[in-house]
Design a binder for this molecule. Structure first.
Ligand code: ZN
Length: 273
């Protein structure tokens, strides 16, 4: 069930040192205590707790056409087209998959422990996923409240499998960004001559040689944008690091094709001559 938060005013209560967590306090209620809910002036919006609404079961077509951004929904679907596991930052791993249920398909982004709970081509009831959008495309993202429950294959719904085809890349852009050695935030290295740089996020200073470089390969195929995982690139071009980005972009456009499943690139290979 979704955990929803709202601010309340606790009257006639006292605080006592917590028995469970050292250094924390518990709130002690007595017969005189009362909750006045919600507070008037709060910095975040009050939301009524409505379980039915918070995890409404929808089919994917309904999610795409009828839901609002930030809605929490539940879908029953098959998960397919898993992308390569990507480390977005420290302790934050991401895998994009395609969820299909016969009505439509949608990208579902799995985070952290849910990645290990999901198996490609299995069917799940995915409870409490958030509706989001990127580049006007609606997608779903798991939250801390998301649960994956394996279910039987659908009997009544014809599941349309994403096509397995290899296509040319239309456009390509390879970008490199620098990241803090400590907190992994993006860093702008303004003085190439400088020997050290300070992270504006965690305020730590480090040698420029310690900065981590992240390379992103963005391609478009039939006006849709995709990201190619670096390990796919390394597989096709083991010496990619020795090329300039523009040579690499040339090479990939002229000689490579991609396999797209749903909303992900799941394969990269050299074209057969
Ligand atoms: Zn940092």
């Amino acid at each position: 069930m979704a955990k929803q938060k709202t601010a309340v005013c606790l009257e006639q209560t006292s605080t006592i040192p917590s028995l469970k967590k050292q250094g924390a306090f518990d709130i002690k209620f007595s017969h005189d205590s009362k909750i006045t809910s919600p507070m008037e002036a709060i910095s975040f919006p009050y939301r009524a707790i409505n379980e039915e609404e918070s995890c409404k079961l929808m089919n994917i077509l309904e999610v795409k056409s009828n839901s609002k951004m930030q809605d929490m929904v539940t879908v029953k679907c098959k998960l397919t087209g898993f992308s390569v596991r990507e480390s977005v930052k420290q302790n934050l791993d991401k895998v994009s998959v395609t969820a299909i249920d016969g009505s439509a398909d949608i990208t579902l982004v799995l985070w952290n422990k849910l990645i290990d709970e999901a198996t490609e081509n299995c069917f799940y009831r995915v409870t409490n996923v958030r509706v989001k959008s990127f580049n006007q495309e609606v997608y779903l993202s798991t939250t801390l409240d998301t649960e994956l429950e394996e279910i039987d294959e659908f009997q009544t719904v014809e599941v349309e499998l994403p096509k397995d085809v290899w296509t040319d890349i239309d456009t390509i852009e390879i970008i490199s960004t620098s990241h803090c050695f400590s907190c992994k935030s993006a860093i702008i290295v303004s003085e190439p001559q400088g020997m050290t740089v300070k992270c504006s996020h965690c305020k730590k200073r480090m040698l420029t040689t310690k900065i981590q470089k992240v390379t992103q390969i963005k391609v478009s195929v039939e006006n849709k944008e995709f990201t190619i995982a670096k390990n796919m690139l390394e597989h096709v071009f083991p010496l990619w690091n020795e090329k300039t980005f523009s040579d690499l972009e040339d090479d990939m456009l002229l000689h490579c094709e991609v396999n797209i499943k749903g909303n992900n690139v799941v394969g990269l290979r050299k074209k057969k001559i």
